[in-house]
Structure formats: structure tokens, C-alpha cells
Design a protein around this ligand. Sequence first.
Ligand SMILES: [Zn+2]
Length: 170
Amino acid sequence: MRGAHGIAAEIGHFNAVPDGRPCGCGRQGCWEQYASGNALVREARRLAAERRPEAGTLLALGDGTPEGVEGGHVTAAAHAGDPVAIDAFGIVGTWLGRGLADLTAIVDPEAFIIGGGVSEAGDLLLSAAQRTLTEKVDTGTKRPIPKMLLAQLGNDAGIVGAADLVRYSD
Ligand SMILES: [Zn+2]
């Protein structure tokens, strides 16, 4: 789906929250402000500031302050059992599942393939997303629930896909 002007499927800019967080596109409340690697870091920093005693592992991986927390720290801390890092994944995964439920209504996919840097977190992200997706789609209408899979090329999936697009277009 490329659209009339080649800019279709900018699904990160669906409005998830009316008058929500400002987005780089100039609007407010876009989905990618809630379900993305940047959103994960924002949630982790916010939770770490509110629940400092519980966030010892997460804060130690950064420079000891919430502002020093980066994306890789959240994944490492969650794998190590840090409850704040795990909760940050739960929040972002829930937002991811909500948006995917809306996309299910539009494109009826067999599966969603999740890529990007944050996909390296695997089940930390996917479990909350799949749970929310299932809740939102399974409303008694017998609509099949799409699977959620990780991109085999991980964070390189986008660049490899772009190269393939050039290679196979004429
Ligand atoms: Zn936007």
C-alpha cells in the first residue's frame, strides 16, 4: 500500500490520544508517541523517577538518574527482573496492542511482524501487546486474532526492505 503520493501507511501517526503528547509530525497524540522505542524510554524514565527505590537495576545501568536511562538499559534491566523496567514494557506493549487492534479492523492481517530496535526485547514487549490485541479483537464477533511475530532481521528489517524495494522495482 503506497498511496496516491507514495506516503501511505504512516500508521505511527494514527491519533491514539486526543490532545495527547506532541509529535514530530506537528500533531498531538500520535500512536508512535506511546508505542515505540522512544516511548519506552520516556515511560522508564518517568517510572524510575516516581519509584526510585524499586528501579535500582535500571538506574545503575544508566548514570544513576532517570534522565541517564537509555533504551538498551530498559531491556537489560527488565531481563534482570527490575520491576520498573518490566512495567515500562507493559505500558508500551499495551499501547502497541491497542493500535494493532485498530489495524486489525482495517487490514485483517494474518500476523503482525514487529521490528525496530525495541523488538530485541522479544516477549517483554510482545506479551502485553498480544494480550491487549486479543482482548480488543476477541469481542464475540469470531474475528480471528492475528499472530504477533518478531522480524527475523530485527532492527535491519527496514533498511533491507528498502533495498529490496529498489532492487525489484522497475
Ligand atoms: Zn505524528
